[in-house]
Design a protein around this ligand. Structure first.
Ligand SMILES: NC(=O)c1ccc[n+]([C@@H]2O[C@H](COP(=O)([O-])OP(=O)(O)OC[C@H]3O[C@@H](n4cnc5c(N)ncnc54)[C@H](OP(=O)(O)O)[C@@H]3O)[C@@H](O)[C@H]2O)c1
Length: 172
C-alpha cells in the first residue's frame, strides 16, 4: 500500500497490535513499541498471563493495554479488532508474532497436533491479515510485520513441518 505522508501519523498517534505478547519476542516487542510512544495492544490468548507486562506499563507509564486474542479463533480476532476500532478507530501496525515450533519425531506426532501448528503459524497469520487489511486500506496506511523463522526455509531435525509463514517483514 502506498504510504501517503499526510496520512502517516507521528509515533504518538499510531496504534499497534502485537500477537503472542505473553512471553518472548511478542512481550518484548510490545514493551518496545509502547516505550517508543506507540499505543500498543499487547494481545495474548490467555489474559491470566498479562500481570507482568501490565505491571511494567503502569510502572513506566507507557501506552500499553492488554487484549485477548487467539489467532486460531476467527471470532476472537474479530472481537479484538472491533475493540481496537471502537477505542481508537484505527490500526497502524500489526506484529504477527504468535506461533510455536512443534518438536518430535514425525511418526510419534498426532495429525491433529500438526494441523494445530498450521492453524497457528500459517492460517492464524492469514486470518489476522485478512481482518486488518480492509481497515488499513480505508485509513490509507498500514504496516504488517510477520515474525518468521529460519526453520521456514531450512529443515532441522525433529522440527516437524515448521511452516511459519515465510515472508520477510514489509510495509504494505
Ligand atoms: N525464539 C526464537 O529463537 C525463534 C526463532 C524463530 C522463530 N521464532 C518465532 O517467533 C515467534 C515468537 O517466538 P518466541 O520465541 O517469543 O516464543 P514464545 O515465548 O513461546 O512466545 C510465543 C507466543 O505465541 C503465543 N501463542 C501461541 N499460540 C497462540 C494462539 N493460538 N493465539 C495467540 N497466541 C498464541 C504464546 O502464547 P501462550 O503463552 O498462551 O502459549 C506466546 O505468547 C513465534 O512465531 C516463533 O515461531 C522464534
Amino acid at each position: 500500500m502506498k504510504q501517503n505522508n499526510d496520512i502517516v501519523r507521528s509515533k504518538q498517534q499510531q496504534i499497534a497490535l502485537v500477537t503472542g505478547s505473553s512471553s518472548g519476542i511478542g512481550y518484548e516487542t510490545s514493551l518496545r513499541l509502547a516505550r517508543n510512544g506507540i499505543y500498543t495492544y499487547a494481545s495474548m490468548r490467555n489474559l491470566s498471563k498479562s500481570g507482568e507486562i501490565l505491571g511494567y506499563a503502569i510502572r513506566d507509564n507507557i501506552p500499553l493495554k492488554t487484549l485477548r486474542l487467539d489467532i486460531t479463533d476467527k471470532e476472537s480476532i474479530s472481537g479484538a479488532i472491533d475493540k481496537i476500532i471502537a477505542e481508537k478507530n484505527r490500526i497502524d501496525i500489526i506484529v504477527n508474532n504468535a506461533g510455536y515450533s512443534l518438536l518430535g519425531p514425525l511418526e510419534q506426532l498426532d495429525i491433529d497436533e500438526i494441523k494445530n501448528e498450521f492453524e497457528t503459524n500459517f492460517f492464524g497469520i492469514i486470518r489476522l491479515i485478512q481482518s486488518a487489511l480492509p481497515i488499513m486500506r480505508k485509513q490509507g496506511y498500514g504496516r504488517i510485520i510477520n515474525i518468521s523463522s529460519l526453520a521456514g526455509r531450512i529443515g532441522f531435525p525433529y522440527h516437524q513441518p515448521m511452516l511459519v509463514l515465510s515472508l520477510p517483514w514489509k510495509g504494505l
